[in-house]
Structures are given as C-alpha cells and as structure tokens.
Ligand binder design. Structure first.
Ligand SMILES: *Cc1c(COP(=O)(O)O)cnc(C)c1O
Length: 384
C-alpha cells in the first residue's frame, strides 16, 4: 500500500485563518461572540449577495432553525429530496414533523420538479420544501421555485455542498426564503465545524440568532418565553471562516479543474459517466462522482476497493433517505408513481444513482501524481 493517503476532501488552510484567530486571542475575544462573528456574517452575505446572515455552530443547526422560523411543528409535512445526506432531513424529525421524500431527476441528480408536483398533489399543504444542490450541482431552481410559488410554500435551500456554485449568475443559497451553508471539515471551505443561515429578510436572521443564543427575552433578568438553543458560532471559529473565505474562489477553481481532469481521463471508457453539472449554472464541483453503466461487469465496490488498496479514500453516493431504516415510515414520491408500485424492486432515480455511483477523491491538494494514481487505478478496473 502507498504510504501517502489521498483524501476525498480534506481541509486546506492558508495562514490567514491563524491571523484572525491570533487577533481574537490578543483581544481576548475568545468566547463566545465577537468581531470575527459579525465580520464573517457580513463577508459571507456580501460574497453570496444577500442582505443578512447568522453564523451558527453547524449547517444542521441552520436547517433546524430555518424549520423553526417557518413554524414547522408536530404533524406538519416537509418535502425533501431522498438523495441527500441525512442532515438535511433529521431536523424535520427533531420538530416531530414528517418528511416526505421526493425522487431525483437525472439532469442534475437533485429534486425532480415533476415528482415535486406529484408530492403536492398527494400532500397539498406542506409547511416547507427543502431543496439540496447535491455535490455542488445546482438544482432546477426555476422549475422548483415556480412550483413552490404556485403552492404558496416557502423554500429552504440546503446549500451545504454548493457554496460558491451559481445558477443563472446568482449564488445558490440565495434563491429560497432561507438558505443554509455548512463549514464542516470536508466542505469546500471549513471552520472545522460551523454553519450559516442567510435570508433577504433581516427579521429571519435576527430570529435565528435569537434562537441560537438560548432565546433570551430583552429583559433585565434571564427571562425566556421560548425554548432556545446553543447554536451560535464562536469568535474563534468565525476567524477560521474569514481566512477561508479569502480562498473560496481558488478552491472552486481547483475543484472544477479536478472534475475536468477526471472527465478527460475517463472519456474513452463508455461505461463511466461523471455526475452532471447544471448547464444553467456554474457548479463548484465539490465532489466529483462517477457512475458505472448497468451493462458493465464492474461494480462501484470493486472500484472503491481497488482505490482503498492504494490508500485512496472514496465514498459511496449518499444512500437515499427512502431506503434508510430510520426513515422507513415516511412516504416517498417519484415522477412515475405507477411504475413504482408495479415493480418489485426500487425503481427510483435516487436508488439507481446510489447503486451505480461513488465519489472520487476531490481534494484540492491532490498532486499531478496523486491524480495519475487514481486515474490509473480506476482505469485498470475496466480493462479486460
Ligand atoms: C454537510 C451537510 C449538511 C450538514 O452540515 P453540518 O455543518 O455538517 O451540520 C447538511 N446537508 C448537506 C447536504 C450536507 O452535505
């Protein structure tokens, strides 16, 4: 096995992060809030082009607060894509609401507008719709937003994976009533852990900040009229974020380059396709994924095993939520509902992508030699 481990997507630090942290230490703004938090919020809002932002402890916390702010509670229905990371959907259940999972389309792998329309036929009054821009590829936002508008349902954008991706020239995360970002360890920029909630309406981010700091009433004593949370980002964490934000465009450019390198390297292998990039947008290519044709004798596990032998980290595609034991009781809607019930097996697009796909190492620190090793190892699986 090679000594050097090649990572899927690990943190890349540049030095400025430490300067912002040092400043926090020097001024004793170590805890909990402070100038880095306010500055990071402003810098993020300016970067994505939205009016307001609230810095939080995680992307999951941001989704949770977005649902609370939209009034999601017990017995409510929330639509979410099936093909996503569980963090998109867990907060729905925190609030005792019921997720209804919506299938993907093949053009972007994201929530299928046709299936979303079907979901509204079956559940006319969901409290919210959550859309995800999976692996950084923007969803079909025009279609999804129109459906949400027609049904007077607010849209939450889970842009945890798509920070810096744009759709028709505008940043993902700024289309919905509320957008969320994540700065978890393997995201395109990281604060070691953290998240951000953004909105055009200042009332929304104020509410988020209020709930994230234990929901203290503006009274002389510690008085509470609502249940609060400890979800705020610390001043140290925000310092890392400020340093990272300076390099976000650079990270994106390198991620896009990695995608193109894989595209060229596998162009002659007909059985391999890469994850789609929305033609109406500019994807950040957070992770490059590949799928293998059904006709191929090679399986994703074989490719992942071959790469693991070379000390190369890979990851399966997110296992769809409608196939998760923990969400078994919740409904799942496909564009072709009839086909679904006629078939014995899972015929969903989400399930198909999961079964045939894997995530390739997309670490921006990968060297030319690293990329050659990965490409060589994958190609070898398909020879003979
Ligand atoms: C990472 C991620 C989250 C959660 O963000 P955290 O900051 O880890 O809580 C939510 N949704 C998606 C799609 C993600 O990839």
């Amino acid at each position: 096995m090679a000594d050097k481990k090649i990572y899927l997507s690990s943190p890349t630090m540049h030095g400025e992060e430490q300067e912002f942290i040092k400043e926090a230490f020097d001024t004793n703004w170590v805890a909990p809030l402070g100038p880095n938090v306010n500055a990071f919020e402003k810098e993020m809002a300016d970067y994505v082009g939205i009016a307001h932002a609230s810095a939080l402890s995680a992307g999951t916390a941001a989704i949770h607060l977005a649902l609370k702010i939209l009034g999601v509670g017990e017995g409510d229905v929330v639509f979410a894509p099936s093909l996503t990371f569980s963090a998109t959907c867990n907060p729905i259940v925190y609030e005792k609401a019921a997720p209804v999972f919506v299938d993907s389309e093949r053009d972007t792998w994201n929530m299928d507008p046709e299936a979303l329309e079907k979901a509204f036929e079956k559940y006319p009054n969901p409290k919210a719709v959550i859309v995800v821009h999976l692996y950084g590829t923007p969803a079909k936002l025009d279609e999804i937003m129109e459906i949400c508008r027609n049904h007077h349902t607010p849209l939450i954008e889970d842009a945890a994976e798509s920070l810096s991706s744009t759709y028709k020239g505008r940043h993902t995360g700024t289309f919905g009533k509320i957008g969320i970002y994540s700065f978890n360890g393997n995201k395109i920029i990281t604060t070691s852990g953290g998240g951000m909630l953004v909105a055009e309406e200042g009332e929304i981010t104020e509410k988020a900040t209020f709930l994230a700091t234990q929901a203290r009433d503006p009274a002389r004593y510690y008085q509470h009229s609502q249940i609060g949370y400890n979800y705020r980002m610390s001043n140290i964490t925000a310092g890392i974020g400020r340093g990272q934000l300076l390099h976000l465009e650079e990270h994106k450019a390198r991620k896009k380059e990695i995608y193109q390198q894989y595209r060229e390297a596998f162009a002659d292998i007909a059985e391999i396709s890469l994850n789609p990039l929305n033609q109406d947008g500019d994807a950040n290519c957070w992770l490059t994924c590949m799928t293998i044709d059904r006709s191929s004798s090679v399986t994703p596990n074989q490719v992942m095993d071959a790469l693991a032998e070379q000390n190369v980290e890979t990851r399966p595609i997110w296992k769809p939520m409608h196939l998760q034991p923990v969400f078994a009781e919740y409904d799942f809607i496909m564009a072709q509902e009839e086909a679904r019930f006629a078939a014995e097996e899972d015929t969903s697009v989400a399930g198909d992508i999961f079964a045939r796909g894997l995530c390739l190492p997309s670490d921006i620190k990968n060297t030319k030699e690293d990329m050659e090793l990965i490409v060589h190892t994958v190609r070898k699986c398909f020879r003979g």
